[in-house]
Design a protein around this ligand. Sequence first.
Ligand SMILES: Cc1cc2nc3c(=O)[nH]c(=O)nc-3n(C[C@H](O)[C@H](O)[C@H](O)COP(=O)(O)OP(=O)(O)OC[C@H]3O[C@@H](n4cnc5c(N)ncnc54)[C@H](O)[C@@H]3O)c2cc1C
Length: 417
Amino acid sequence: MKSDAVIYIIGAGISGLIAAYELEMAGYSPIILESSDEVGGRVRTDKFKDYLLDRGFQVLLTAYPEAQRYLDYEALKLKKFSPGAIILKPGNSFIIHDPLRNPLKLINMVFSGVGTFLDKIKIFSLTKSLEKKSIEEIFQEPSQTTLQFLKDYGFSDKIIDNFFKPFFSGIFLENELNTSSRMFKFVFKMFAMGHAAIPENGMQQIAEQLKNKLTKSQIIFNSPVKKIEGTTLYLSSGGEIQADRIIVATKPDKLIPQLSGQFKAGRKVINIYYSIFHSFVAQPMIALVTDPQFLINNLVFMTDISKAYSQNTKALLSVSIVKPVESIEKLEKMVAIELEALTKIKAEYFEHIKTYLIEEALPQVEDFACTLSPTNTKVLDGVYLAGDFLLNGSINAAMTAGRKAAEAVILSLQPTY
Ligand SMILES: Cc1cc2nc3c(=O)[nH]c(=O)nc-3n(C[C@H](O)[C@H](O)[C@H](O)COP(=O)(O)OP(=O)(O)OC[C@H]3O[C@@H](n4cnc5c(N)ncnc54)[C@H](O)[C@@H]3O)c2cc1C
């Protein structure tokens, strides 16, 4: 088939945009159908009042190999987090500097509040061993829960409770560290090899940059697809489209009747934004709340990372909650009271800006992987899957999956002699 093959991509998230880019590189002009009004999918930033609000706190890890391949970091004006974390406890907060990279440089006194001397040695040896392993090797290792891995590796309960649980709960969006040790090692390696960062003007800039790389693709917004049968697309608006190839760059179970019930519900997170006169953190660092009686998992002053997140003189605070919450009604008040307990700053000073409840923040993956063969993206004749749910919940995985689906489509359109 020639390069005029009619290729539709469903979803203009990171995965769909990468699939479109790869198809363009091979000479095709795909059409993306996107149900919402902009690109980005789960990487969206709202301009609200005077603020930039990412739809859920998230970061780009600069060591992601796929991000290095596709993104122009300089143009994104990445703003980096300082490595490490602030441990926030009522009346007692302290910083752990760069625990994943320079554990031996940690000041004994400070670190002993978080872990033991042996923990420091263990972090050092884990960092060194993961530096030597490729990402592919990491994902081929046996999978166990992260918690079990940490215990088997010999980490103390102290460091697990004081650092690993709060830090990685905020990344995995679950509190028990049940997520695969493969994902833990991958993320640990990425933190050790690079930085956590956000684009100066919000996470959606990542998707916008990918969109701007597209020159031959068409993106049709506000176009939800209802169903796919064979290579026919049925639009929610009533239309019907015949395609030569389709890439479904979103969870496909609701679109393809044959896949119904095959995917678990995703992991949730609640993200509450407040403004306040000054940052009580006053440095570009994440703060972790380790005490289990608090709802708050972590908080970040977005304006400490990038000033552009606030167009007024106030600081913008992002608070993430991973624990199950019965209702989000009045949650912002309860969380402001927790903030008061942690910082002694009166709850009323935290002005609520917006709350996001993100139901499908991360996919629940059975078999964590970092890559797949293009042929494994095929689900039906002419229909291919892309999206983080195929591999693991990360921007890196969404990019890999998008490329692999495009490769499969390109291969399927090669003339056979
Ligand atoms: C709160 C939160 C925190 C995160 N933290 C991090 C982090 O720190 N680091 C990291 O690397 N990753 C993080 N992630 C994960 C990362 O954002 C995702 O892995 C990635 O964005 C997934 O991209 P995707 O293209 O696979 O899917 P999506 O972004 O979900 O894109 C799917 C697209 O398809 C569209 N769509 C869906 N159904 C239809 C339909 N029927 N018709 C047409 N269009 C449709 C959607 O509107 C969407 O635009 C986080 C995610 C969230 C939400």
